[in-house]
Design a protein around this ligand. Structure first.
Ligand SMILES: Cc1cc2nc3c(=O)[nH]c(=O)nc-3n(C[C@H](O)[C@H](O)[C@H](O)COP(=O)(O)OP(=O)(O)OC[C@H]3O[C@@H](n4cnc5c(N)ncnc54)[C@H](O)[C@@H]3O)c2cc1C
Ligand SMILES: *[C@@H]1O[C@H](CO)[C@@H](O)[C@H](O)[C@H]1NC(C)=O
Ligand SMILES: *[C@@H]1O[C@H](CO)[C@@H](O)[C@H](O)[C@H]1NC(C)=O
Ligand SMILES: *[C@@H]1O[C@H](CO)[C@@H](O)[C@H](O)[C@H]1NC(C)=O
Ligand SMILES: *[C@@H]1O[C@H](CO)[C@@H](O)[C@H](O)[C@H]1NC(C)=O
Ligand SMILES: *[C@@H]1O[C@H](CO)[C@@H](O)[C@H](O)[C@H]1NC(C)=O
Ligand SMILES: *[C@@H]1O[C@H](CO)[C@@H](O)[C@H](O)[C@H]1NC(C)=O
Ligand SMILES: *[C@@H]1O[C@H](CO)[C@@H](O)[C@H](O)[C@H]1NC(C)=O
Ligand SMILES: *[C@@H]1O[C@H](CO)[C@@H](O)[C@H](O)[C@H]1NC(C)=O
Length: 543
């Protein structure tokens, strides 16, 4: 086995170093991991490749990847499981993406490392081959290439699935291969929880790196403000612990909202809190109740701090020929119908699942109402709270949706959340996060536009309708001084400029951190998917 893997590695190593533009010595870094690729550049290795060096010169970074099959083979022999196209394992992997827009992207292979060192080897080998990669945690990012890569290597973190609660129940160490359902069900045995996602199958990785809104955020802040320590594999393949009081304070800041731009996180140590049963669920209303619900939402935005146990989402849907309104009302204690929700509770509903239940079962309910296997797009915008603006937003949603009702199996969802001042008050802790929001900005309306459909032929129609909703409402808000530049990474489309929206100072600070830890931009160029430091992954023009 050892000899065989050496052969692969020699063959692989012979390929690229000479053509890398970077000065980094990946061969030496691999040697530090115990991987001997010292045969690089020998006659023997050249014949193993059977390829003249010069023919590689014109290879493009994103689509090249001619030799990544050897990289896949090396990874398979070294430290993990690798699935190739047209194998049943590969199809199973592809079906693990929530959105079909991502499931249809075809990597050359999908690699499942089972250790942080295995992740390190993947980065170093990619630096050698200059073969691009993507990283997948829960696979819930909606657009193509966010956590999968056409013609590159996809690293699925599923096997990094540690869940460990410290003896004092104050810290939970979580591998990025976990879904929040795995995490919550495990911690519930100890009457503990962490600040994470509200839908069962979302991954720990993407949600936490982009921000992370939880049912408990009015009390404890967003997920990114509840990370005590990150274990990170950097561009040089080093495995480091990153906390506020470590020697990597700048990287700690950057990871709090900076997405996949700084390294691959192989463990999140999250603050844990006591949690027993709670109350919550979904309630459906006829569209005629919309004004009353928006009145209630408006009041909540100003009164949320009177009871931080409360959380809510107000959404709109279109089904079987009619628009409906839907609320998610949640309360962190096992108390039905808490008074902070009185205005909602006084609004007549047509269906109601609220009950005293566990966090994990609430996330299963929301998982069922957000099925995978469809085409999906998410769009976002942020506004100051204004009651008249809420009406304009709902009108624009209906206007744009009405124009595309010809789209087969369209499921158009439109949701309001409030970024409360309580949530914002946690964003400055431990040096602050990267999002560019301060308490003085609040409260804010956070919009998410999430449309589902089935036929790829409708992609452009649906995307343009969503873009119109965002563009037209932001224009309306600007005219009234109600706009806010912030774009939430986890709800943004591939055409939205997320990192620059954090404000110019923070964008520059993030670029400086990247320059320190990743001077040649491995995570900017070799991992092209998702929101890069310079802007949107797909430009601004649809189609
Ligand atoms: C049905 C549904 C419900 C949602 N509910 C919520 C919610 O309640 N609260 C909320 O805040 N958001 C929510 N979101 C948005 C969600 O946070 C984002 O979609 C997020 O990107 C999903 O994370 P993931 O790990 O599942 O996705 P993935 O697609 O696996 O990852 C997203 C991005 O993060 C990167 N990444 C993931 N893990 C790592 C890692 N360990 N190291 C480096 N990079 C990594 C990936 O490379 C990719 O670019 C929801 C989304 C959906 C579809
Ligand atoms: C997978 O199978 C399809 C259908 O037989 C074929 O067209 C395609 O080239 C195969 N892909 C690979 C990478 O083998
Ligand atoms: C995904 O990447 C492929 C290959 O680079 C590209 O052709 C495609 O347009 C990308 N998709 C999106 C939505 O950006
Ligand atoms: C969790 O809480 C329940 C209900 O209060 C209690 O019966 C149980 O013993 C607690 N479990 C632990 C591990 O503390
Ligand atoms: C960092 O260290 C200081 C000084 O010891 C301490 O007061 C603070 O609580 C520490 N912060 C964290 C997040 O550990
Ligand atoms: C929904 O309506 C029922 C019947 O009137 C009522 O008992 C229930 O409290 C309502 N639920 C909510 C969340 O308003
Ligand atoms: C979430 O939903 C998907 C289908 O959309 C399903 O495959 C998965 O098992 C569900 N997860 C949980 C924990 O309910
Ligand atoms: C649906 O309507 C939109 C807007 O009028 C149009 O652009 C699109 O081509 C139509 N799609 C279908 C499938 O008819
Ligand atoms: C950018 O955002 C940070 C908070 O993340 C804030 O402290 C700073 O003042 C903002 N800078 C500008 C120029 O707005």
């Amino acid at each position: 086995m050892k000899n065989q893997s050496l052969t692969f590695l020699i063959a692989l190593a012979a390929l690229p170093l000479g053509w890398c533009q970077e000065q980094f010595d990946a061969v030496a870094a691999l040697a530090n991991l115990g991987l001997d690729v010292s045969g690089y550049g020998t006659e023997q290795s050249a014949s193993l490749i059977g390829q003249d060096a010069s023919s590689l010169a014109a290879r493009s970074v994103v689509l090249g990847c001619k030799y990544s099959v050897r990289q896949c083979a090396a990874l398979a022999l070294l430290s993990g499981q690798v699935a190739y196209p047209n194998s049943s394992a590969y199809h199973l992997e592809e079906s693990g993406y929530w959105s079909n827009c991502q499931a249809e992207v075809e990597p050359i292979c999908i690699y499942q490392p089972s250790t942080s060192t295995g992740v390190s080897a993947a980065i170093l080998l990619s630096r050698l081959t200059q073969c691009p990669f993507a990283v997948k945690s829960g696979g819930h990012a909606a657009f193509a290439n966010a956590s999968n890569i056409e013609g590159g290597i996809t690293i699925n973190l599923a096997k990094l699935n540690e869940i460990e609660l410290s003896a004092d129940k104050k810290l939970a160490s979580l591998g990025p291969g976990n879904t929040w359902y795995d995490v919550y069900t495990t911690l519930e045995e100890y009457n503990a929880t962490v600040i994470g996602g509200r839908v069962a199958a979302i991954g720990v990785g993407g949600l936490t790196l982009g921000g992370g809104i939880s049912f408990f955020s009015n009390q404890y802040g967003w997920a990114c403000d509840n990370v005590a320590n990150y274990e990170v594999v950097t561009a040089t393949g080093e495995i480091i612990d990153v906390s506020y009081n470590s020697s990597h304070r700048d990287l700690y800041y950057a990871l709090r909202g900076g997405g996949n731009n700084f390294g691959i996180v192989t463990r999140f140590d999250l603050y844990a809190y006591p949690q027993g049963l709670m109350w919550g669920g979904a309630t459906i209303y006829l569209i005629e109740e919309s004004p009353a619900l928006l009145d209630a939402l408006y009041s909540f935005s100003n009164e949320a701090s009177s009871d931080p146990n409360a959380a809510l989402i107000v959404s709109y849907a279109y089904t079987e020929g009619q628009y409906l309104a839907v609320t998610e009302l949640e309360y962190a204690l096992p108390e039905a119908n808490p008074p902070i929700f009185n205005a909602f509770l006084a609004t007549p509903n047509i269906s109601d699942t609220t009950a005293i239940t566990s966090l994990s079962s609430l996330t299963v309910g929301l998982n069922e109402s957000n099925p995978g296997g469809l085409r999906d797009t998410f769009w976002t915008a942020t506004y100051k709270v204004d009651r008249d603006l809420m009406d304009n937003l709902v009108q624009e949603y209906q206007l744009q949706t009405n124009a595309i009702l010809n789209v087969t199996n369209l499921v158009p969802t439109f949701s309001f959340q409030i970024i409360t001042t309580d949530q914002l008050s946690h964003m400055g802790s431990d040096g602050g996060n990267a999002l560019g929001l301060t308490e003085a900005d609040g409260p804010l309306i956070l919009l998410s536009v999430a449309f589902m459909w089935i036929d790829p032929a409708d992609d452009e129609t649906v995307l343009k309708a969503c873009q119109n909703i965002v563009d037209n409402t932001v224009e309306y808000a600007k005219a009234k001084g109600l706009d806010h530049e912030y774009l939430y990474m986890n709800y943004a489309s591939q055409y939205q400029n997320v990192v620059p929206s954090y404000n110019a100072t923070n964008q520059a600070r993030l670029a400086a951190v990247a320059k320190t830890y990743d001077p040649t931009g491995v995570f900017q160029t070799l991992q092209p998917g998702h929101f890069k430091l310079s802007g949107a992954p797909a430009g601004s023009v649809i189609g």
